[in-house]
Write a protein that binds this ligand. Sequence first.
Ligand SMILES: Cc1cc2nc3c(=O)[nH]c(=O)nc-3n(C[C@H](O)[C@H](O)[C@H](O)COP(=O)(O)OP(=O)(O)OC[C@H]3O[C@@H](n4cnc5c(N)ncnc54)[C@H](O)[C@@H]3O)c2cc1C
Length: 396
Amino acid sequence: MATQIEERPASELDSFRLEVREWLAENCPVELRNRPRGMDTSFWGGRNPVYPSEQHKLWFERMASRAWTVPTWPAEYGGGGLDAAQGRVLKQEMERIGAPDALSSLGIMMLGPALLKFGTEEQKLEHIPLIAQGKIRWAQGYSEPGAGSDLASLTTKGEDKGDHFLVNGQKIWTTYGHKADMIFTLVRTEPDAPKHLGISFLLIDMDQPGVNATPIRMISGNEHFAQTFFDDAVVSKANLVGEQGRGWDVAKYLLTFERSSMGQSLGGGAGSTMAEVAIDRLGREGLAREPGLRREVAETMMETWAMQIAGERMYDAGKAGVLSPFSPNVMKLLGTELAARRTRLAMSLGGFDELAVDGRDTYEWLQAPPNCVAGGSNEVQLNVLSKRALELPEHK
Ligand SMILES: Cc1cc2nc3c(=O)[nH]c(=O)nc-3n(C[C@H](O)[C@H](O)[C@H](O)COP(=O)(O)OP(=O)(O)OC[C@H]3O[C@@H](n4cnc5c(N)ncnc54)[C@H](O)[C@@H]3O)c2cc1C
């Protein structure tokens, strides 16, 4: 089906592009442009914000003043109110000058879209502006020690106490849970219901008695994850999103945003192209002497471009309401696999020297396999696609 979202006359869009280009030229600090991106160069917001640099603080404040942290979210909830075509122009213009995201946030990437669809009016008015302005840092409380791929087996309990739930249990692999202010969490509220129907989606303030997130130290020395414990945590029913016992619907919807955005950002790549990396490591003549390597570099670049185009198509289809329900699975699968291949190639181009460098390439290379697991492992994406999209018979 054809997607039609550019309803504005081209001339209006052209003048919008010009305005955006001028605004970005004036307001995006030059020092931030075309820089390698990573967790340490991003701003995550929160009650106790930590900015990666003074320039990033300025950049964030300027973008937030226009609500361009969430450019296409509705203005009545503190979003930028741009239509899909304008949103795309802003994205393209930011990419053109290599401007980084002003605010990185699971609130933007995952929770906001779910709240806009399933939240009550009060919940939208309370939480969406805080996400847009980076005032609250959110974490995701889905996985448990016994519930990862089989997420619906989760056992964290949410006992119905009339006006509130009493939450007890443990979550794991909570990305930066120990740095977050609030956590969107799946809990079992109807223990006797079929497993997908007894789950509720709760918004839980982490700054309260009975909620404890302790970091997990990785072999790299990083503390990327936490395990999150709930011990008689009190959660008002005002913080239940969607119907009680129907949190699985909210959870699944949210996952489509997590998966699409992972696939798009990782698969589409950022910064230098693979050819630039190869020339930097081997020199033009060195690369010319290696036809096999040249082919690999070219293939990786073409696949990266294809992912960028697929990402744009998915964005348009999403805005036009004609997105295939399986696009997020495909994007997540292909994007993370491609990122893994690209980072392996970048590392092998540098050889031993590259391994010795405690830098960006090493970080991305080490992060690529975990990204194939995060957001639902790639094996699980393949299962979903084979069973539901291709309707292949199950292996007995
Ligand atoms: C970088 C990263 C960030 C994460 N951040 C968060 C977060 O913020 N919040 C959160 O809640 N969770 C988070 N997770 C957890 C993530 O969602 C789970 O790791 C993932 O769903 C897999 O679950 P598991 O670790 O329990 O592995 P398991 O489910 O035990 O799977 C182990 C292996 O078996 C395979 N497998 C399992 N079942 C099947 C099957 N039916 N068919 C084929 N293969 C199968 C899997 O693919 C995997 O390779 C994160 C994980 C990573 C790696």
